[in-house]
Write a protein that binds this ligand. Sequence first.
Ligand code: 0X9
Ligand code: CA
Ligand code: CA
Ligand code: ZN
Length: 419
Amino acid sequence: MALSPLRRTLVPAAVGALLLGTLAPGAAAEPAYDLYEVHGALTAQDRTEIAATGAAVDQVGDDSVLVTATPDGAAEIGRLGYGVEEFDPPVPLAGPDPGYTTYDELLGVVDQVVAENPGIATKSVIGRSHEGRDLVAVRISDNANADEDEPEVLFVHAQHAREHLTVEMAVHLMRMLTEGYGEDGRITGLVDSREIWILPNVNPDGSEYDMAGTDWRNWRKNRQPNRGSSALGTDLNRNWDYMWGCCGGSSGDPGGVTYRGSAPESATEVRAVADFVRGRVVGGEQQITTAVDFHTYSELILWPFGHTYGSVVDGMTAEEYRTHEALGEYMAEANGYTPQQSSDLYVTDGSISDWLWGDQRIVNFAFEMYPGSAWEGGFYPPSSVVGRETARNEEAVLRLLDYADCPYRIIGAEAAHCG
Ligand code: 0X9
Ligand code: CA
Ligand code: CA
Ligand code: ZN
């Protein structure tokens, strides 16, 4: 699709420096992040080059992209030869919408789900965020308190702070699986035969910060300070310990929107979740077979790898690739999203997706939820869409749960892979 904003302001290459120059000496120099439309970006290589400046690519069009960047970053993209304009959100963003679940409310929902379903739902605290909030995992399975030998499935939500619809997705899944248990035969069978882990918000410091102002703050990263910089935050989805920082798919600048952190797992929350996932190795075998990492927006289903344009590469055989592709397409048939390899968009390194597959051999997907474009609200659609857009993913999630016993079954390769 071609993008065409309502109002546009040209950003000459020098403006970034000028804007930064307006900061009073000694003032906290935390960079502002704004939205820009970048023209002349036609290929994944173009988009990777743009992202390598430290910008986050939020939306991909035929010959342009929307990015979140600092004024400095926008100027740098201009110097690469692209046309860069400030992008004013086409839909007025009312301040934080009370229809979205705050972190306190989320903890309340978790406690309620567990209290009402003691036989099938348990809560554990898997660590604390940088600012000290509990990082929570909810487990849904029959014989709630026993670690049975059943395929385990992982759902990760809200690595990126401003992607609030993903928290609503977690709430929806917890309710769907517990309310459907004993009522719906398919859900009952899946809850009985799988162990389902929901991590409903792995970046609570970022989410709370994004919701705490009079306007949404467009915040993506966590809220951890960086040594030697006044800029806060690491992009959690660039901080995972597989090919970290390898390939121009993240920023080395603490001010960058996609800052990869000072080392793999340097982000408190990534370390906690990675430890949790490693903890699911029992008797030398990773119990988690399949996973979804929920993001917004663009209505996509993405599979690894992100660090390379290649599909069949070191760490991914043709059968393994075809399994991801076939399952991704099967789920996309259910929710109407577009299925593709992650790097078809742009290169990312240090993503959870690459780590879950490359390091843990977990067949996994990133869902980029509603909306399809900035024209429908971008990261901040009205909460009136929550019911519809979370229910939209029910069937896709059930399909993944169904294949969790042996994801390779979808290409008929269970004999080779699931002895
Ligand atoms: O860039 C990202 O981290 C994700 N997009 S977002 O707009 N939500 O920031 C996409 C990550 C997909 N990565 C892999 N599947 N490797
Ligand atoms: Ca069980
Ligand atoms: Ca188990
Ligand atoms: Zn995201």
